[in-house]
Design a protein around this ligand. Structure first.
Ligand SMILES: Cc1cc2nc3c(=O)[nH]c(=O)nc-3n(C[C@H](O)[C@H](O)[C@H](O)COP(=O)(O)O)c2cc1C
Length: 231
């Protein structure tokens, strides 16, 4: 188990290695996940947040399916309410698949999207609760949602959006760049790509190796005092 975790997270500069040091051999307790964690290496923070940018121009470096599976193995561990895990992901990584998407994109998003090695449709399954027997077996959680469609819809959108954010961060963690996009026609994407499964699109994320030379100046962020309240 620990070996799997180390393997999955190793691309972020090996920063988990210290955290996952095995417990003393004599310890009789079952080792759970560590709760007193060391802060991650500053270099990892740069990779994930401080030096990361939203990318829309790409180097000519392919992204293989193994990398996409590695990415998913990380993002799926991010928390969702009652572990409902409603997000679904369509990885468009062929020219044919991206051509189907092209007319649904805002004009400004077309060049960067078509040039990206992979474009992800971040969607969610409105009927995600059919999996609750396995995802949250301690309660009859399916009934919470099946009997309350507005609650199910809100839960699917909230947690699907969170999982889309985990996708962006996981992409950075495995050495990719990400370009999230909401500038497209959701209804047309749903009809073209998702109708047979009944899923709903939320936003898109282009993935690849970004061309840093094409980045515009980074827009500023709000300060702590502007965005936060301490009570
Ligand atoms: C959900 C979401 C949707 C976005 N949609 C678009 C888009 O349609 N087109 C675009 O060029 N940028 C889009 N962006 C990019 C944002 O403008 C960008 O992340 C923000 O300005 C911060 O830029 P930085 O990450 O380079 O600092 C989107 C970002 C997010 C998170």
């Amino acid at each position: 188990m620990a070996d799997e975790t180390i393997e999955a997270l190793a691309p972020v500069d090996g920063f988990v290695a210290e955290v996952l040091v095995a417990p003393a051999p004599e310890a009789a307790i079952v080792p759970g996940p560590p709760t007193l964690r060391a802060p991650v290496d500053p270099a990892a923070l740069d990779t994930l947040f401080r030096h990361a940018r939203s990318h829309y121009a790409w180097r000519d470096t392919p992204v293989d399916d193994v990398k996409l599976r590695e990415l998913f193995e990380i993002l799926r561990m991010g928390p969702t309410s009652a572990n409902c895990s409603p997000a679904r992901f369509l990885f468009l990584r062929t020219q044919w698949a991206k051509e189907r998407l092209k007319p649904m994109l805002s004009v400004g998003n077309r060049p960067g999207t078509m040039a990206a090695p992979v474009v992800v449709i971040v969607a969610h399954d409105p009927h995600f609760y059919h999996m609750m027997w396995r995802l949250y077996p301690r309660d009859d959680a399916k009934a919470w949602f099946a009997d309350n469609p507005p609650f199910a819809e809100e839960t699917a959108f909230r947690n699907g959006t969170l999982q889309g954010a985990y996708l962006i961060m996981a992409a950075r963690a495995v050495g990719l760049d990400a370009g999230p996009m909401s500038g497209f026609d959701n209804a047309r994407v749903d009809a073209e790509f998702l109708a047979d499964r009944g899923w709903k699109s939320n936003f898109l994320v282009a993935l690849g190796h970004g061309d840093a030379a094409a980045l515009p100046a980074q827009p500023p962020r709000l300060s702590f005092d502007e965005a936060c309240v301490l009570l």
